[in-house]
Design a protein around this ligand. Structure first.
Ligand SMILES: Cc1cc2nc3c(=O)[nH]c(=O)nc-3n(C[C@H](O)[C@H](O)[C@H](O)COP(=O)(O)O)c2cc1C
Length: 118
């Protein structure tokens, strides 16, 4: 399964590298196009918001979205990883995982287990 991700300060990128998945695409502008099924991994911005470039990407590529995962920071309290909830609600896809920063080894393992079940 292709992994499409967005990372502003490197945490999500580091998490994705730890997955060992070869087929990845980083969202840079939001103008990228994907014509095959993919899992989206994003960070959380603002107060529980979907990053702008991720929303732009989804506006063009929601058709092939299979599942979403989000990185966040628990110090945001109720807004922790809410970008995943917003995307899941909007596009009717499951949340594969929520993890803090670049994820612990357990987060990587859980993500890969869930990915294999898709
Ligand atoms: C301006 C700003 C707003 C953020 N807002 C949230 C938030 O609402 N909820 C959350 O869980 N994390 C929030 N975070 C934390 C980031 O989502 C988290 O650090 C993430 O790992 C960053 O990923 P990246 O390094 O791949 O860009 C915010 C971080 C910044 C800098």
């Amino acid at each position: 399964m292709k992994i499409v991700y967005a990372s502003r300060t490197g945490n999500v990128e580091s998490f994705v590298e730890k997955l060992g998945v070869e087929d990845t695409l980083k969202i840079e502008t939001g103008n990228e196009t994907v014509n095959e099924p993919y899992v989206l991994v994003t960070f959380t911005d603002g107060y529980g918001e979907v990053p702008e470039e991720v929303q732009d990407f989804l506006d063009n590529n929601a058709e092939h979205l299979v599942a979403v995962a989000a990185s966040g920071d628990t110090s945001y309290g109720e807004a922790y990883c809410l970008s995943a909830d917003e995307i899941a609600d909007t596009y009717g896809v499951p949340i594969l995982a929520k993890f803090e920063f670049d994820g612990e080894p357990e987060d990587v393992e859980k993500f890969l287990n869930e990915l294999n079940r898709l």
